[in-house]
Design a protein around this ligand. Sequence first.
Ligand code: MET
Ligand SMILES: [Zn+2]
Ligand SMILES: [Zn+2]
Length: 420
Amino acid sequence: MLPDKDGPGVGGGQSSPEGEDPSVSLFRDYLRLKTVHPEPDYDAALRFLDRIAEELQLPMKKIEVCPGRVVSIMTWEGTNPSLKSILLNSHTDVVPVFQEHWKYDAFSAFKDAEGNIYARGSQDMKCVTIQYIQAVRRLKAEGWKPMRTVHLMFVPDEEVGGHKGMETFVKHPEFQKLNIGFALDEGLANPGEPFTVFYGERNPWWITVHCPGSPGHGSRFVENTAAEKLVSVIINSFLDFREKEKHRLNTSECFTLGDVTTVNMTMVKGGVAYNVIPAEMDVSFDLRIPPTVNLQEFERQIKQWCKEAGEDVTYEFAQKHMNQNVTSTEENDPWWSTFSAACKAMNMTLEKEIFPAATDSRFIRAVGIPAIGFSPMNRTPILLHDHNEYLNEQVFLKGISVYERLIPALASVPAFPDEA
Ligand code: MET
Ligand SMILES: [Zn+2]
Ligand SMILES: [Zn+2]
């Protein structure tokens, strides 16, 4: 089959490849925008979203949270706008690709004979962005109106830690003005029939351990070297702990990745020449810690590991998320019960988990707003950040219908006693 040569389509589907659902064409157009790190083309995404807002006839607000980093919000005002609103969140950026490992150009959104659409962002999370948009488009076309206001939010820089995106924006007065009661954000695919939903996340800690030591000539037995401390930190502490956690995950039937701590050594630095013993070596780790772990105790453990490696061994954090809020999935919680009942009514089975990586939901939960991570992709291998990331068009289309039911359900949650 020849690669698809159709140019970018338009939202209404005016230039869809023949026989293709216009929602699929719109999805593929969006996938072709190179919002890829390290230099995402955010302007292209903003132009795309501007056009959508115009088509949907929804007002769009843009807030530049940091230079060149704009959060945009399309607002569908509810019939009772004083009630708390519903947030449909998605990030616009995607992670880099190793093109040589891809079957197709990662930004061509090639669709194969089975309807699998290959592109960076097809699962993470451009699918969800377009699903929200198309669900809203259909609901508007049907003449339905929300009671609670619905905000569609498009955020930059999630994939690089959210510092110039959601982390900053949740503290902005414009965020508070949105008066959000409940948020939906990204989840993960599920290879089986059920859908996975995430009610919390592991805390990401990015840590660098500095190991100073005595320098000297590479031909001698110098005492107290940086390398000896580095080995002690790596082997006797972090990686030992890593093995224990891996064992805990592999021997427990009821654990998923989100229930244990992962540790990965991701960077090592140090040294200038073969024959010069360096005065310092640094090692960095990516840690992901479940919300059930006592973080103060865990940091004491890290401090102890460093101390055992040498009195002068220190550490610093590049990322240290401390908030452990999780979202209620009790049946008496009005948001959860509405969400789960709507899924049940569509015969969907849900698997509740802790998200193993990190999303912008952690910042939303940290300011006290309940958030559920959910990307409606079942029968789909988990391929986010991987080579040959794809999503089947039928799964994608089904997801639009899912939001077409979820949005009205959530926007109709009756006023709480404390709401105006
Ligand atoms: C820890 S910052 C978040 C970046 C990315 N989503 C990850 O989980 O690695
Ligand atoms: Zn994502
Ligand atoms: Zn991601």
